[in-house]
Design a protein around this ligand. Structure first.
Ligand SMILES: Cc1ncc(COP(=O)(O)O)c(C=O)c1O
Length: 377
C-alpha cells in the first residue's frame, strides 16, 4: 500500500467536511492522558466554547460521547424514554427516520409522524399527532441532511411543550454553522457531532442536556453504560469523557474551537454560512431545469438539495461525481436511498451541495464553476 494513492479531494459532501491545514497539523500535537491535568487544557476551553456556539450557559450541560452524533442521539432515547411511555419520532427525511429506528431497536414504544421528502414539519399535523399519541418525549431533526430542510426549532419545541412532552433535537448537520439560541429554545437535549459544520474529523457525539432532562434520566431504567446520560455526566462535569477519547481529535477540537471563537468570530462564521447558502441558491437559478427542493423559509444554511431536470438519472449524477473527482473534488450525487425511491416513482432525483464548516465563499465559487459544465453536459 502507498499512502501516496490517497486522493486529497476537497469535500463538498454533507459531512465529513473540508479540514483546514491548521487543523490537520493540530492532529500532530502530543498525546495526553485523559485523567491527567493535560486533559483539562484541551477539554475545558473546548467544552465552554461549544456552549458559546450553542448560545447557552449553565442552563445546559455538555457531554462529549466517543463515537459520533448517533451515539449522542441513541443516549437520549435510552436515557429519557421510560418503558411505559410513548416517544413520537417526527421525520422529514432519512435522519428523522434514524431517530425512530433508534427508538424501535431499543425496545421503546415508538410512534412516527412522517412528512414527504422536501417538506418541513407541518405544525397542524404535529399537533394532531401529539393529541393522538400523547407522547412523553418527541424527537425531531433541526436540519434534515437528506433534503436540506431546516425546521423552526423553537416553534416546534414550543408546540411539543404545549402538550407536556419533552423535545429531543437532532442538530447534527447545522451546529457550528448557524445561530442555535439554545437557551430558551425549549429543547431538552440537542445532539450534534464534530464532522459537519465544526469542520473536524468525526469522533465525538456532542450532547447538550438540560437539568430537567438529567432529572428525568434518573428515573429511567436500563440506560446502558455509554448511552447513560447520568454516567456520562459524572465525567463531563469534570470536562472529561466517560471512556478513552481520541486525543488526536481532542487536540484538533481545542484548536478549532479557539479559532472559531477568537479568530473567525461566531457571528462571522454564521454570516459566512448564510452567504454560501445564498451563493448556492443563485447558482441553481442559473441552471435550466434545476430547482431547490426545500420550501422558502426552510432552506438550510449548511446543505442544499437540488431537483435535477426530469430525465436526468442517478447514473448520470454518478458520472458527474467521477468527473468532479478528476477535478479534485468530492461531489454528492444525492442521498442514496431517497434517490432510488424517487427514481422508482419516476420523480426527479436530487443532488446535494454541502456548504458548511470551513469551506470559504472563494472555495465554493471555484467548486460551482467547475461543477456547472458537468451538470449541463
Ligand atoms: C441530521 C443528521 N442526524 C444524524 C446523523 C448521524 O450522525 P453521525 O454520522 O455523526 O452519527 C447525521 C449524519 O449525517 C445527520 O446528518
Amino acid at each position: 500500500m502507498s499512502t501516496q494513492d490517497f486522493a486529497d479531494l476537497q469535500l463538498f459532501i454533507t459531512g465529513p467536511t473540508f479540514i483546514r491545514p491548521e487543523i490537520r497539523e493540530a492532529g500532530l500535537l502530543p498525546e495526553f492522558g485523559h485523567r491527567d491535568s493535560e486533559n483539562n487544557k484541551r477539554f475545558t476551553p473546548a467544552m465552554a466554547g461549544l456552549k458559546q456556539l450553542a448560545g447557552c450557559g449553565d442552563d445546559y450541560h455538555v457531554i462529549l460521547f466517543n463515537g459520533s452524533g448517533s451515539n449522542a442521539m441513541e443516549a437520549t432515547v435510552r436515557s429519557l424514554v421510560a418503558d411505559d411511555e410513548t416517544v413520537l419520532n417526527v421525520s422529514v427525511g432519512a435522519f428523522g427516520d434514524l431517530y425512530h429506528k433508534m427508538a424501535v431497536v431499543n425496545g421503546k414504544k415508538a410512534a412516527q409522524l412522517k412528512f414527504e421528502p422536501g417538506q418541513a414539519i407541518d405544525m397542524a399535523k404535529l399537533e394532531g399527532a401529539l393529541i393522538e399519541h400523547k407522547p412523553a418525549v418527541v424527537t425531531f431533526t433541526h436540519n434534515e441532511t437528506s433534503t436540506g430542510v431546516m425546521n423552526d426549532m423553537k416553534a416546534v419545541c414550543a408546540l411539543i411543550r404545549k402538550h407536556g412532552a419533552m423535545p429531543l433535537v437532532d442538530g447534527v448537520s447545522i451546529f457550528g454553522g448557524a445561530k442555535i439560541d439554545l437557551s430558551g429554545s425549549g429543547a431538552a437535549t440537542y445532539a450534534t457531532s464534530t464532522q459537519k459544520s465544526l469542520a473536524l474529523p468525526a469522533g465525538f457525539g456532542i450532547l447538550f442536556v438540560s437539568p430537567e432532562a438529567v432529572e428525568k434520566a434518573k428515573t429511567v431504567k436500563n440506560r446502558g453504560f455509554a448511552s447513560d446520560i447520568i454516567g456520562q455526566l459524572g465525567r463531563a462535569t469534570k470536562n472529561q469523557t466517560l471512556t478513552t477519547p481520541n486525543t488526536t481529535l481532542a487536540n484538533q477540537m481545542a484548536v478549532q474551537i479557539d479559532h472559531i471563537l477568537h479568530t473567525e468570530g461566531i457571528d462571522n462564521r454564521f454570516a459566512r454560512h448564510i452567504k454560501m447558502r445564498d451563493m448556492v441558491h443563485d447558482f441553481v437559478a442559473t441552471l435550466p431545469g434545476f430547482s431547490l427542493l426545500a420550501p422558502v423559509g426552510h432552506r438550510s444554511p449548511t446543505v442544499t438539495a437540488v431537483r435535477v431536470p426530469a430525465g436526468m438519472t442517478v447514473a448520470q449524477l454518478k458520472k458527474v461525481k467521477e468527473a468532479m473527482r478528476a477535478k479534485g473534488y468530492l461531489f454528492d450525487p444525492g442521498y442514496g436511498k431517497l434517490n432510488t425511491d424517487l427514481e422508482e416513482k419516476g420523480q426527479r432525483v436530487l443532488l446535494r451541495l454541502g456548504h458548511m464548516g470551513d469551506v470559504t465563499p472563494d472555495m465554493l465559487s471555484a467548486y460551482l464553476e467547475a461543477l456547472k459544465p458537468e451538470l449541463l453536459k
